[in-house]
Ligand binder design. Sequence first.
Ligand SMILES: Cc1ncc(COP(=O)(O)O)c(C=O)c1O
Length: 399
Amino acid sequence: MTILADRVERVKPSFTLEMTSRAAELLSQGVDVIDFSAGQPDFNTPKNIREAAVKAMEAGKTKYTAGAGTIELRKAVCSKLSRENFLEINPNQILISNGEKQSLYLACQALFQAGDEVLIFKPYWVSFPEFVTLSDANPIIVETHQKNNFEPNIKDLKSKISNNVKGIIINSPSNPTGSVWSDEATINILALAKENNWTVISDECYERLVFDGEFTSAQKLNIDNNIGANIITCMSMSKTYSMTGWRIGYAFGEEKIIKAMSKIQGQATSCANSISQSASVEALTGDQSAVELMKNKFKERRDLMVSLLNDIPSTQCDMPGGAFYAFPDFSHYLGKSFNNIKIKNSFDLSDLFLNQAQVVTVPGDGFGAPGHIRFSYPISSSLIRKGIKRIKNILEKLI
Ligand SMILES: Cc1ncc(COP(=O)(O)O)c(C=O)c1O
């Protein structure tokens, strides 16, 4: 008998966090590392939000809050959803969590159990299969293809439907591909979910980072098209307001499910951080100009990143419509060697970039996408140029 429970064996560590810590370790040793691994903006949190946190502390808002989040923040989320997503939601349908990641985890805990199956599209964010595994259910992976903007392959999806499927996780704009599904693709999935009685978990963490065209929340498409699918939508303060360290995210949907998630959260962590909740009220209701400024910067960097990646021979990088990731296909280089060491897969390629070029990336294999590498581009244009030049140089040496 081992001291640890079986679930520890079943769950995989978050290797995006692992790559980020490898980068931090090298940086602390004074190595000139260029880090394309971190899934977070390089900007500080806007000043009005930081000031609101200080004010909250001075005013003594330093205590436990209601388990589901303060009423002020839940109301602020409601007005944001009304203003930006055209959704009328009431505060009882909202749960504030310690980051959206916790909302997603809680949704899986509240909805799934042993014997259930949950559909996940690949390439997937590394945590989706693990959330499902931690709920004792089974993740069922469905194909998508780069040539179709990583939208669902309905034929493959239909082949995986069984009576055990209880839910489906969608994520547009996507981490790791940056792809933004067409409304039609989302509507098709919602219709299938309704037909089969699945609950949809829609991760919309990057909803404000859509560069070409408008983003429409799955719940809005659900209502406008009279589909009637049951959706738990999860959103985050992290990426939009550059607040990754503050750990605030939220979920909204059917009250019964939100209550169930809140019950588990209450026993696990009591509530989200009170100071971060006050700061989030300001973020959602105060001056929004910083959001647009950051987004415009990301767009500039995306265009630069994609054009530099496509300048690398035999590399293909589609223009991602949102988030802040580029996800080029480096399959051409697999099977080649560097100093007689064969590059067998994207893990080896990512290691090569790190060890020989001091560039940190995340291998696509971890997202279920062999041959791809994820580049996170919220870093300065000069670092982007320097990093991609180093990668290009090292790839030229492969034989
Ligand atoms: C797709 C996706 N969902 C959720 C999250 C979690 O965000 P948060 O910081 O709010 O927990 C991330 C963070 O990287 C993400 O990429």
